[in-house]
Each structure stands twice: as structure tokens, then as C-alpha cells.
Design a binder for this molecule. Sequence first.
Ligand code: ZN
Length: 328
Amino acid sequence: MATDDPTARSIGIAPEAGDPPAPLDLRWIDPHQHTQSLTWNDRERFDLSGCRATVMIAAGYYWAPYRPVAARDVRFLWDDALRRARAFDHRHHYAQRVAVGVHTWANVEDADELLAVMPDYLADERVVAVGETGLEASHHTEAWPLAEQREVVREQFRLAATADLPVLVHTPGSSKGGLNPRDAHAYEEGDRNFTDPLFGDGSAGTKREAVEEDLTLAAEAGLPDKRVVIDHADGSVVDRVLGETDCWLSFSVGASWLRGIDAQDVAVAVEEYGPDRVMVDSDLIGAMRTDPFVIPRTAVDLLRLGLSRDEVEQVVYENPKAVFDLDV
Ligand SMILES: [Zn+2]
């Protein structure tokens, strides 16, 4: 205890050495969330905590009425997202932007119909990315053959290259495992009705294989690395993406109880490769237990883990601002 402590009796807390943290003045952008499934209260929390922009994934296929999903179901979801984006944008203090894509997590029939009209959607001023899309190993209800997925994903990469937009590349799920029964019930869509995996071994290998394939498809489509965001990152793909490509890497930190990814994983990547191509996103979705403050909370955790203010600001604000060319 410091000798000049004026309290009459010690309560055993010694003052720590060093300066106390400076006040927070956080700015943040969330480049991947299913905003249309959240509530006004959630979006107000974004307003209250320094949010400058979020990117809403238009194809929340979970709410498509039928499986397999028809092209018109997905197009309805695109239209719904764009309509909501206008309303959110005019009522909240952050910019609501949209990503449009054919997600691969459920078989979509006649996806060509969507690809044919996608350029018109990509020209909309609120659309800042293609996605999420990318090869998936297992599907809800009905498998989508790999050859067909490759066509649909490659074509979306090509459309993005033509429109000069980035792609949010979905990669197959990863979990550090060991979900307890309480957590397993915190996801309404749940892990029910998934088909057997088409490739990979169901763990980190599946994600690595998918990333390899997606990188190949991007190259075939002429999509430059700087327009590729490998999303839902975990430690199994950090070296490949940050060490051997010029692509961006985004960690989905919004459901660490499910994915097992949090600020610690981000800090490890930044320590190894620097903050230049690292981002975080929430992947917030109203069908599971979520934390609308997860991006600012992750920023604070990164500071506690020793990243500098500049590094944290780059990860949660400057990088997504640059990738999605956001005027915020
Ligand atoms: Zn995803």
C-alpha cells in the first residue's frame, strides 16, 4: 500500500503503477451483420456506442419460406433488405449499407435468375459489397452440389470485379467445440437439418479447403486480392491469408459461445502480421443470443490485450472504411 494512503484502515488494494487509460472515443464499423433481423433497440445501441456504419447481408435466407430456396425467395430478401436499409439509414446516426449475394448455405434453385439481375442491385448506392457467399460444405435441408456452387460463387466474384466491389467470402463454420446444452439452445435455427459435409473433415480442415477453393475461384474470375474479404476467420487460415495473399481477413466475434472466436484470436493475428488487413465483424443475427455491443466491446478487449489505440482504430474503423469505400 502506498505510504500516503489517507484511509484509516487498508482494504488491501494497492494503487497500480502507470497511467490510467485515457478516455475512450471509439469509432467503429461492423462490416457483416444481419441487421434486418435485429430490433430498433439494437440499432439504437449502435448509435450510442460510436457506430459509424454497418453492412447488412441482404440474403438472410433463414427466412425464405421454402427449401430448396427458389430464386424469387432470395430476390424478395434482397428487396426487403434494401427497403429496410433506407428506413434504418434515415432514423439512425450510423450509415446503413448493404451486401447483396447468393448465400450458399442452402440450395438455391435457378440461381442464374439472380445472377442475371445482380448487376442492377450492385449499382444501388447503398450496396457496398457482394456477399456473403463462398463454398460451403454442408447445407440446410438439401445439399448444393459442389460443381454448381463453384459456378455460382465464381460468377458472383466476376460480377464484383466488374462492379469494382469487394466480396464478403463466407467460410464454413468453426467452433472450438464443447458447447454446453444451455448454449446449444441459444440458436433458434440451431444445428438441425444439416446435410453431410461435401468436403473436409468437419473441423479446421474444412475451412482451409474452402478458402483454397475460394481463392482459386477469385483468381479465375479476375477478382483482385484487395477486393476479397475472407470472413469467419479462425487461426487455421491466418497464415495462408495474411502471409501468402493480399486479401483481407475478418474475424466474426459476435457469437464467441458458438464460434469460439474473440478478441484474443484477433490480437494474435495482429501481433503476427500487423493490423493492415485485419477486421472484425459481428455477424449479429436475431435468431441467436447476441451482444449488440460486441464490436466496441472487442475494441476495448483489444486495448486490454495490449494493442495500441491506432492499431485498434485501424481494425474496427479504418480498414472496413477503406475496404467498403464508406464515406463516414
Ligand atoms: Zn457466413
